[in-house]
Design a protein around this ligand. Structure first.
Ligand code: B1M
Length: 210
């Protein structure tokens, strides 16, 4: 079994205590951090998601797999996120109302920060009022990032954008993402951009403020 397969298996099984060590070993072997993330960890979460869909596992198993992945990401973080040397401004980001998924959003935060933004992470289950409040407190924010992982919480992206517009707040670009979100949906709801993954979200944010 390859080291990447060992990591994937440990994440899938929710073995939080060993994932960090395995990731360290993989890095010491010279494996690419992006490959470890995509093939070892995100790949494992996809398997977990599929098993959940087939009712082979349930929420507690998804939760422990998520915890295990977080341990691995902690070790990878310094390797994935380079040192930012440009002040690109503030980025306010959160997972929308009703949605508790934060692994993807956290990766987006990490990549956006390493691109040179100051990230204000509002966490999960963020109401439109909370986003508006943060934008009012940070009138110099350049990017608003909205993440959603559930088809049932995607409408909260639209509601948030509508509420932000109704509050008359301007001067920033809105980017959205998350597994069920598409570029078409971004156009429909009036977002300035959509990204399928964390690295392209950072590139998009940078491009939008250029
Ligand atoms: Co949930 N869950 N979950 N879950 N969960 C999914 C999303 C699901 C697809 C599983 C499945 O059925 N196959 C399914 C959604 C179905 C749908 O709506 N289409 C689902 C469900 C149904 C649920 C519950 C409703 C289950 C229940 O209670 N019956 C429940 C909802 C709770 C809630 O939010 N209110 C629930 C709960 C949970 C846990 C809490 C147990 C846990 C989350 C823990 C946590 O995040 N702290 C969990 C997990 C772990 C998953 C899966 C297995 C993995 C998610 C993940 O972390 N992926 C997931 C299945 C899957 O995704 N394959 C599933 C890895 C992560 C790196 O990818 O988040 O997609 P992702 O992020 C990517 C991109 O999407 C993008 O970049 C990231 C990095 O490349 N991206 C952005 C994300 N945000 C972005 C923002 C951007 C740009 C890009 O700009 C701002």
């Amino acid at each position: 079994m390859t080291k990447i397969q060992e990591i994937a298996q440990a994440v899938e099984a929710g073995k939080s205590k060993i994932v960090g060590g395995l990731v360290e070993e993989a890095l010491a072997e010279g494996l690419d951090p992006v490959k470890i993330l995509n093939e070892g960890m995100i790949g494992a979460m996809d398997v977990v998601g599929e098993k959940f869909k087939r009712s082979e596992i349930f929420v507690p198993e998804m939760l422990v797999a998520a915890r295990a992945m977080k341990k691995g990401v902690e070790v990878l973080k310094p390797k994935l996120a380079g040192k930012a040397n440009v002040g690109l401004g503030k980025c306010i980001i959160g997972t929308v109302a009703g949605d508790m998924h934060d692994i993807g959003k956290n990766l987006v935060c990490m990549m956006i920060e390493s691109t040179g933004f100051e990230v204000i992470d509002l966490g999960v289950d963020v109401s439109s009022e909370k986003f508006i409040d943060a934008l009012k407190k940070n009138p110099d924010a350049k990017i608003l990032g909205l993440s959603a992982l559930l088809t049932t919480t995607m409408p909260a992206i639209k509601q948030t954008i509508e509420a932000v517009n109704a509050a008359g707040l301007t001067g920033f670009k809105i980017i959205i993402g998350g597994a069920p979100v598409t570029a078409d949906y971004a156009k429909q709801v009036g977002a300035d951009g959509y990204s399928p993954d964390a690295a392209s979200a950072a590139a998009l944010a940078k491009q939008l403020v250029a």
